[in-house]
Design a protein around this ligand. Structure first.
Ligand SMILES: [Zn+2]
Length: 272
């Protein structure tokens, strides 16, 4: 099954391959009816009743963001020469799933970036405070999760960014720096990048997308991460935008595997 020579692989990669092999055997016994992804329910606006944000990648009628994803390509260099990557969680905060994810991150002493939606920040400011208190970073993900942001004029783009910024300030105070911006449904487009830069925000794209928003089953999410990660990876997951119980289940296994492989966690562009 695995044709590459183990002699040519670093030990964390070997550990991950071993874990993946075990997961594949488990996954083979699973029923496909677990695969109830949102993408089967239609294109634009395909959101379930509990969807209080919007799943990334589902609004265009396509199964994928409209830019090629460079899965696995490091976009940051680990400054310490150790195995480190970045975990990101989009579309929250969510009153059910975000606290569960924070508990898991705490258990594994992992730091992450939370790309929050302004509407959700106003609804659940106490969860944003816990995100910050737990040592994680915040990322501006627009106020309304506008998936057509690149088609808006600069005034509307500024509005989406500034209203979200104000909601974060109201939740956690102005001393908490928000360094990142992630555009809904896509990598940051040129039409948006200028406004993002004017607000002192760093565009935050991703390199590993296990498509957890489509609810493909927790085993699929686990494998979608573990078979693509490498030092410098930026992993896209979702704590909001619908039922994220599969993501929560997967995250425990992902953190366990990454921990055993010797991975640590960094923020993009961090000096240390
Ligand atoms: Zn999103």
């Amino acid at each position: 099954m695995i044709m590459v020579s183990m002699n040519n692989l670093s030990w964390p990669t070997c550990v991950l391959l071993g874990i993946l092999l075990g997961l594949a055997l488990v996954a083979a016994d699973r029923s496909v009816d677990e695969r109830n992804g949102a993408e089967t329910s239609g294109g634009q606006g395909a959101q379930d009743a509990s969807n209080d944000g919007a799943p990334d990648s589902s609004g265009s009628g396509s199964d994928a963001p409209d830019e090629t994803i460079t899965d696995g390509s490091p976009t940051t260099t680990d400054p310490n020469g150790t195995y480190a990557l970045t975990l990101t969680f989009d579309d929250g905060p969510h009153p059910t799933y975000t606290p569960q994810i924070l508990d898991l991150l705490e258990q594994y002493e992992a730091t992450a970036v939370f790309c929050v939606v302004g509407e959700q920040v106003r609804a659940h400011p106490e969860i944003v405070r816990r995100i910050v208190d737990d040592g994680h970073a915040l990322c501006n993900h627009t106020d309304s999760h506008d998936e057509e942001l690149a088609q808006r004029d600069d005034d509307m783009i500024e509005h989406e960014i500034e209203v979200t910024d104000a909601a974060i300030d109201a939740a956690v105070g102005t001393d908490v720096e928000v360094r990142y911006f992630r555009q809904p449904n896509t990598f940051v487009k040129p039409a948006v990048a200028g406004v993002v830069a004017d607000h002192g925000l760093t565009p935050l794209d991703w390199t590993v997308d296990p498509r957890d928003w489509s609810r493909p089953g927790s085993a699929s999410i686990v494998q979608g991460v573990l078979n693509k990660v490498q030092p410098g990876a930026i992993v896209l997951l979702h704590d909001g935008g619908g039922d994220r119980s599969q993501t929560v289940t997967a995250l425990g296994q992902i953190l366990d595997a990454l921990s055993r492989a010797g991975y640590g966690y960094v923020l993009p562009g961090a000096d240390t």
